[in-house]
Ligand binder design. Structure first.
Ligand code: ZN
Length: 139
């Protein structure tokens, strides 16, 4: 489905630049040995905003479907043509505390196997060409 193009800011530019290189990186706060998504200006563990505590960790792109819902009435105009659609919560292999969202391209609506393994893919958004992560069930 066509999606909005996110516009990176100073904080999340390394995340979006990596996506454009078909790599998934997650913000890593070394003060607490904590992966964090979405990126934020402070560590959710201790509140540090010291940049020497923040780095970016490349992850495998392997995950598991934790849960999902089906959207029937999106407020986002560009998504309304594809309603209803899946929105799944993906748990990263490296840290089950990190959850990412996916429409699970290729899966029928409401046919989502919770607990199934998934792998990241990189989709190009039409407006700017910025890539975004999506997830597909590993068969
Ligand atoms: Zn911390």
């Amino acid at each position: 489905m066509p999606k909005q193009s996110p516009v990176p800011d100073a904080l999340d530019k390394p995340y979006f630049d990596a996506l454009n290189e078909d790599r998934l990186v997650i913000q890593n706060w070394t003060c607490c040995q904590r992966l964090q998504h979405p990126p934020a200006a402070t560590c959710g563990g201790c509140g540090s905003n010291q940049l020497q505590h923040m780095s970016w960790k490349q992850v495998s792109g392997n995950g598991t479907i934790y849960s999902y819902g089906v959207v029937y009435d999106s407020p986002i105009a560009v998504l309304q043509a594809d309603q209803p659609y899946n929105v799944a919560l993906i748990e990263l292999e490296e840290d089950p505390g990190v959850k990412m969202l996916s429409h699970l391209p290729g899966r029928a609506v409401d046919d989502v196997p919770i607990g199934a393994k998934v792998k990241v893919i990189f989709e190009t958004t039409p407006a700017t060409g910025q890539k975004v992560p999506e997830w597909q069930v590993v068969s």
